[in-house]
Design a protein around this ligand. Structure first.
Ligand code: 2RA
Length: 332
């Protein structure tokens, strides 16, 4: 977040850094300047116009209303308010207009998995009219935070550190009980699980993709099925998308829409081995789209592969873009 605020147009006056008392007094760099962190408390929000929260759900639930009571509009990156009907869930390229109506003084930032595909999907929906969505995610370990990254690195050392490396059946033995935040080894493996167990075997992550996509597109009845999978990638989520539309589609038409869509890069030339991969996409801002195909059995459906940096557009960048919308309002 600090990096993104430092790179983008400087629309801000004071940037105040607020964290738990444990971090108070630390100095962090933003806009090239050292700024001292102040401790979270009611007075910390005095005089703040826009407060961007990036804290666990329970901390957001407690402190977001405090910031609002002090006069701030809050951009919240947690899941605490996303499905509240009085809180808009905003992706500026897709539904910026919804940010203007915020009865609770809160705007929610979507989950990184939804954000990694929704800009491309929103552009196709605007032209063709989405009628059904089936997605499978390939999620990076940084989606779980530092523990996810540390665990993948440690497990990779354990399985690849020997001269010959682990053989396929050795992975669980090599990793031992150092599973970290994952239910199974993540090095040299794929784990069909992200989030917490919900009713009927769905994961919380799968329900977030469904519910948030519906809310962002303003389609509460849209059929959405997600299968969320964790893969041994550090950063950048990928999704294989099957999208069915009201109207017939063509690959050329989809290419034209995606190539013109703000926030999307079309990278689709399999003959030249050009398709997005997390290694190439990480560190960039747009949603990258490739492998665009018309379904063989359905002229109204497209298959695509999308990649988005889960820490940039998937989190901090989208929050900063919402903050910029608010800063624009305040200047008027
Ligand atoms: C994940 N989407 O990747 C979550 C993080 N918000 O685990």
């Amino acid at each position: 977040m600090l990096g993104i605020l430092s790179e983008r147009a400087d629309v801000w006056g004071e940037i105040r850094l607020i964290a738990s008392p444990r971090s108070a007094g630390r100095k962090l760099t933003v806009r090239g300047e050292q700024v001292e962190v102040v401790a979270l408390g009611e007075d910390a929000f005095n005089g703040i116009d826009v407060a961007m929260f990036d804290v666990p759900d329970e901390v957001a639930a407690q402190w977001v209303p405090v910031a609002v009571s002090k006069g701030a509009v809050v951009v919240d990156n947690s899941g605490a308010f996303r499905m509240d009907p009085d809180v808009p869930l905003v992706v500026p390229e897709v539904n910026a207009h919804t940010a203007r109506v915020r009865p609770r003084g809160i705007i929610a930032n979507p989950n990184c998995t939804t954000l990694s595909m929704i800009v491309a999907l929103g552009a196709l929906h605007a032209e063709y009219g989405l009628s059904e969505l089936i997605v499978s995610s390939y999620q990076a370990v940084s989606g779980v935070g530092k523990a996810g990254v540390d665990t993948l690195r440690a497990q990779l050392s354990a399985v690849c550190g020997t001269e010959l490396g682990a053989k396929p059946g050795d992975v669980r033995r090599a990793v031992g009980d150092t599973l970290g935040p994952f239910p199974a080894p993540i090095a040299l493996n794929v784990v069909p699980w992200a989030g917490t167990l919900q009713e009927d075997g769905w994961s919380s992550e799968e329900l977030k993709v469904r519910n948030e996509t519906r809310k962002i597109l303003g389609m509460p009845e849209l059929p959405v099925t997600a299968t969320c999978v964790r893969v041994p990638v550090l950063t950048t989520h990928s999704l294989a998308v099957h999208a069915r539309f009201e109207n017939e589609v063509t690959v050329a038409g989809a290419h034209e829409i995606l190539a013109a869509a703000p926030g999307v890069v079309l990278c689709d030339d399999p003959a030249e081995e050009e398709y997005p991969t997390p290694s190439d996409v990480v560190g960039t801002d747009p949603t990258w789209v490739g492998r665009v195909r018309r379904s063989l059995d359905d002229p109204r459906a497209l298959e695509l592969f999308v990649c988005g940096d889960n820490l940039r557009k998937g989190a901090a960048l989208n929050a900063a873009q919402i903050g910029e919308l608010l800063a624009g309002e305040l200047r008027r």
